[in-house]
Design a protein around this ligand. Sequence first.
Ligand SMILES: [Cu+2]
Length: 117
Amino acid sequence: MKKRIILSLIVLSGIALIYSCSSNTVKPGPAPAAAATVSVQNFAFVPDTVTIKAGGSITWTNKDTAPHTVTELSSAFDSGSLATNQTFNFTFNTAGTFKYHCLIHSMMKTAVVIVTN
Ligand SMILES: [Cu+2]
């Protein structure tokens, strides 16, 4: 009888030990980098200003029937011509302000990506 109690105590403390160890190994991961989406719609970038954290990425989708480009003014990124429903993704690793426009349609308003640390 005594043996059984001791044995079950050992088993219970073993379970408690495993539980405490496993709960200690659960650590919060790094905060996810912000991601954002921009539509190219009705000859405009929507929204025309996006703020993300460095390391984050933006995906543009052309929702027009006309082709568009997503081209940074100093060529930091350039999607090339995007057909309808085609997407372009770019990851911003450094903080800064990136103005971009569409090379095909000069009348389209310049849009901006603000990358913060
Ligand atoms: Cu365009």
